[in-house]
Design a protein around this ligand. Sequence first.
Ligand code: SAM
Length: 331
Amino acid sequence: MNATINLENKHFPVLLNELISIISPLYGGTFIDCTFGQGGYSEKILENKKNDIIALDRDKDVLRRTSILQKKYNKRFRFYNLKFSQLDQIKLKNHKIKGIIFDLGYSLNQIKNSQKGLSFHDKGKLNMKMGINNFSANDIISHMDENNLAKVFKVLGDEKYSKKIAREIVKKRKDKIIKTEDLVKIIDNVKKYQKTKIHNSTKVFQALRILVNEEISELINGLVNSFNLIPVGSIIAVVTFHSIEDKIVKFFFKHYSEQRNSSRYLPDNEVSEKCFKLINKKPIFPSANEIKQNPPSRSAKLRYGIKTNDNCDFNEFRQKFKNLTDVENLR
Ligand SMILES: C[S@@+](CC[C@H](N)C(=O)[O-])C[C@H]1O[C@@H](n2cnc3c(N)ncnc32)[C@H](O)[C@@H]1O
C-alpha cells in the first residue's frame, strides 16, 4: 500500500512525527532521504537550519518539487535522480551522514498518474515503471512464460490462483495485447466465486509492481549501501508498507543487532560483533489519529537501527532472501 494517499487526495507524509522524533537527537548534520517523493520528510528536516538533505528518487517527475526546495534551501538541499541501490554513486564531499531514511512504495502523485499504470483502476497499456527501469509490466505480461508468471504471482504477490491466472494470460495474449483493464478482467474471471475484503487484482498487481521495479533487490542493496555509507552512531530508518518489505527490514535490523555465530563449533571469539543497536525492538505504527486522517497509513511500519560497528558482512542477509531475488531475476 502507499504511504501518502488519503481520501481527500492530500499529501500526508506517513509517520512523520515519529520519524522526526527518532532522528532529531542527531540533528545538526546531513541526512539522506532515499525516497524524496513529494518531499514531506526532506522539508521537515530542512526546517531545522542546522540540517542538510541529500535526496534521491528514481522518478524524474519529482523534479518540479525538488526545484522548489532547491530555491528555498539553496546549498542545504541536493537532489539525485538515482535509485537507492545506487547510493554508492553519490558524492558526499565533506558531509558526515547522520541518518538515512526510506519511505518505501509509491507516492500519491505516482498512483494518480494513469500513464504509470500503477493502479488496477487505470486503463490502457500496462506499465508500472516508477523510473529508471529496464522493462515494463507490458513486457512481462506479453513475454514471460506461464510457469514463471505463476511463480511471480505466487512468490511476490502470495496469489492463491497464480497458476490459473498465468494460464489465462498466456491463452488471451495469443489474440491481443493485454491491457490493464484486460488483466483485471482475467483475474476477475478466474476468481469469480471468491469474495474477499481486498480487490481481486491487488496481489497480482503488487507482484508485477515489485518485479518491474525490482523492489526486493533495490531494498536489499539500498540497506547494505546505506550501512556502508554512514559512520558508527548514525541511523537508518525505514517505513514499509507490505509484509515482504517488512520481513526484509526486520531481519536486517534484528539479526544484525544480535551476536551471531555461524557455527556452534566456532570458538566464542569468532562470534560476530553486533552491527546495530535497536532502541525499539518492535516496529512503530501510525497512531489512531493518523489512520483516521489518512487511512492507507494503517499498513505502515517504521523500524530503525543505530550503527554500532563498521565490520559487518551481509552475505547471510542476501542469502536469506535469495528465493525472492531469484524470482526478480526470472526475466
Ligand atoms: C512513498 S513515496 C515517498 C514520500 C515521501 N516520504 C514524502 O514525504 O513525500 C516513495 C517515493 O520513493 C521513490 N522510490 C521508490 N523506490 C525507489 C528506489 N528504489 N530508489 C529511489 N526512489 C525510489 C518513488 O519514486 C516515490 O517517489
